[in-house]
Design a protein around this ligand. Structure first.
Ligand code: OAD
Length: 231
């Protein structure tokens, strides 16, 4: 079975009603990104950060996967599929994808501020000041903030190196190290880039640019993949 690796970003969830980052003028739901997505922001105003992610969680609970997510999940019938997502929502999982690697963390998980190995599921939408880990330390969102390490990057590189087909969907390719993954794809591997507003792709071979929204783009890619050399 051939292996597909999908790199997804905020754009794949846009049709599910979740706003992208860079399409909203540098603000993230009305906030300066560094106030709500950095260790300094957390130190400055913990409640602001907790409330910000609580609101994101409320939205994400209501959101449904769209055709783009669903087709990516469906491809598991024909291929081995690894999804590497920069998104913190769980729409790939809701769509049925079984192998999802969250590079930037997960909205529905919390983590101890004392011991980063203590990670918990968040039931419902709320994480509050006073919610603590089993060692008594405050819990924080399990999100990779600006200025923090990307612990899943090594696994993501391993996956990318072994891809037979690479799909990039709904990302502006502006945030590193995630954007750098493209450089690890073998030169002979076809790379499908789906984006209605195509970003610059740094010197890469075998590119197929599909200037469409995620659902339409994935339909096209599915057709190509199932028509030519499946499995
Ligand atoms: P961006 O907001 O930077 O880019 C979203 C991309 O999706 C843009 O290139 C849009 O053109 C495209 N897009 C918009 N609507 C679309 C649709 N319906 N279908 C397909 N594509 C569409 O989001 P990311 O590239 O994911 O990091 O941003 C990367 C990281 O920057 C995020 O993970 C986040 C952010 O700051 C952290 O929170 C650490």
């Amino acid at each position: 079975m051939k292996k597909i690796v999908v790199l997804s970003g905020a754009g794949v969830s846009a049709e599910s009603g979740i706003k992208t980052f860079r399409d909203s003028g540098g603000l993230w739901e009305g906030h300066n990104v560094m106030d709500v997505a950095s260790p300094e922001g957390w130190t400055r105003d913990q409640d602001l950060v907790l409330n910000f992610y609580n609101e994101r969680r409320k939205n994400a609970i209501k959101a449904k996967p769209n055709e783009g997510h669903l087709i990516i999940a469906e491809l598991e019938k024909y291929f081995s599929v690894t999804v590497i997502t920069q998104n913190i929502d769980n729409l790939h999982e809701k769509a049925g994808s079984t192998n999802v690697l969250h590079l930037h963390g997960e909205l529905f998980k919390s983590r101890s501020t004392l011991d980063p190995n203590l990670i918990y599921d968040i039931e419902g939408w709320e994480l509050k000041t006073g919610d603590t880990c089993e060692k008594g330390a405050q819990l924080r969102p399990h999100i990779v903030w600006f200025g923090e390490m990307v612990p899943m990057m090594e696994v993501a590189v391993e996956e990318t190196l072994t891809a037979d087909i690479f799909i990039v969907i709904g990302t502006s390719l502006q945030v590193y190290p995630a954007a750098g993954l493209l450089q690890y794809v073998r030169s002979t591997v076809p790379k499908y880039i789906i984006n209605p507003n195509m970003p610059d792709i740094p010197g890469s071979s075998n590119l197929h640019l599909i200037e469409e929204v995620g659902s339409v783009g994935m339909k096209k890619v599915k057709k190509i993949l199932l028509g030519e050399g499946k499995k």
